[in-house]
Design a binder for this molecule. Sequence first.
Ligand code: 5GP
Length: 177
Amino acid sequence: MQTIQVKDKQFAVSIPAAQIAEQVKRVADEINRDYAGKHPIFLAVLNGSFIFAADLLREVTLPCEISFVKLASYQGVNTTGEIREVIGLNTDITGRPVIIVEDIVDTGLTMAHMIDTLKKQNPASIDVCTLLVKPDKLQVHLDIRYCAMQIPNDFIVGYGLDYDGFGRNSKDIYTLI
Ligand code: 5GP
């Protein structure tokens, strides 16, 4: 079993790079088919999606744009505790078909909030394209049109995802052991 150490924790390889590439290509093909004749704007959520977005976009053959946003954390007053606000959106998405590119949907609260925020700008449509979903952790109803892979409820790093800032540069995805 191939393992890596990231800071104080040990991780074992769970999704090899070749399998990731295959699934990223599959999702891009679905987008190419569904968005034929349209010019979507991809909104990639930094930092975690930077490798996924780069690989995905190179498989997309449509005329398209990409813009990058961040989610800033602050303590909300609701029961879930933390709300992450969309910052850095300096592109006009009014009337445009938007595809959000996310690294991983866990509870789904971040994505649900982001969709609500973007809807206020009246885009033509919003679809979610995520590298990973943990279906057992979802707390809200989310229509995830494009999902490369589903994973169990474990903590993972690699392919853009971090543990305390480290581990993003691994080509494979690793699971905490
Ligand atoms: P949600 O609001 O869906 O619970 O949170 C999703 C965010 O949590 C992701 O964008 C990511 O930043 C973080 N996250 C959730 N699960 C993992 C994981 O297994 N590994 C890493 N590195 N980040 C995760």
